[in-house]
Write a protein that binds this ligand. Sequence first.
Ligand code: FAD
Length: 364
Amino acid sequence: MSEKDFIIVGQGLVGSILALTLEKFNKSFIVVDCVNETSSSKVSAGILNPISFKRCINSWKANVLNPFSISFYKETNVKLQSNDFISLDVVRIFSSYEEQNIWHSKTGDNRYNLFLSSDFDLPKSNIVFPYGGGKVNSCGRLIVKDFLSSCFNYLNKKKAIIRVNSIQKAIPKINGNYCVQNYKAKHIIYCEGLDMLNNPIFNYLPIIPNKGELLKIKCAELPNVLLSKGIFVLPNNSKNNFTIGATYDHKDKSKFPTRSAKIELLKKFNKIGDFNIKIIDQTVGFRPTTVDRRPLVGEHPILKKSYVINGMGSKGVMMAPWLVNNLIRHIIFNEALEKEASIKRHEKKLKKENIDFASQLCVN
Ligand SMILES: Cc1cc2nc3c(=O)[nH]c(=O)nc-3n(C[C@H](O)[C@H](O)[C@H](O)COP(=O)(O)OP(=O)(O)OC[C@H]3O[C@@H](n4cnc5c(N)ncnc54)[C@H](O)[C@@H]3O)c2cc1C
């Protein structure tokens, strides 16, 4: 058996970032992943945006998470010799005078003006600005699907990843080591996204699938910037290709695109201006969200050295690099875990079957 410091379960956005970060800490690892073409990461729009537009405030810990994630992805572009992360500004088109007033008052407030700006510059286009607009600085886009491929190729060359045909269930702990195929490690970290719901060790954690739909369109009249007004309009890699999104629905569990989502997205898009478009595709994915909108990070209460990192919701791109770093430093240096993200807050939800299952996994 080959001995590693860590086993990582799942190579979505979080598992990939975890692998790259462990490497920085000179820790050895093996990633085990079951390919899922419709995983949250594969469908993701990949926007890194520090602002919560609903209330025009910084999103959770944005002052810390935003600069950390941007420097992580810039460094990763160099390491992977890729261009999967692109820095972008978001142009916000105001929907009312009220929004305009709130925005302008926030640009004079030191708590928000790191990200919010009243000035923006747009090439001439059909976009309508009845109430004006503003700019969010320090945003970006990770082309998540490409990032996962770049990471896979990088890890594969180092023989640090194995692909399996179905999700790995019940990884046993034998004489203090977790064992997968020919590998053993003292620590295991589950980065399973929504598949965590099928994991009998961690499925007591309250994760809620939230369906999101996106439209891929072709349009020659849109500027090559990221626009926001109720939805995002996101320029894609190829010329005149854009993504419009996204919808949010925690009730519909079907994997199929819906007519209602298409209508909703087009209705919002038409409020941005009058454009000739051709719809190329409609995609569907599920975000791993939590009720209190905080991620889920920490060690299993019974099964020691077994960890989870999940619940990234719709902000995975900005949150994951810092949270992963926080978890690794907690494991290696015993530094404190971010309290609001810690799974300790859900310990009371642990069921008898979770405890029984965890105990069965330990051999000797
Ligand atoms: C429509 C849509 C738009 C989005 N847009 C944005 C956005 O603009 N910005 C943003 O930040 N976020 C966005 N998100 C959310 C973001 O994509 C997710 O938060 C993030 O991708 C979650 O990544 P993950 O690694 O936790 O999970 P996943 O992407 O689900 O990855 C988990 C991986 O682990 C594998 N796996 C799971 N269990 C096992 C097992 N037991 N054994 C082996 N393999 C296993 C799975 O097959 C998969 O490959 C969006 C999501 C959707 C659906």
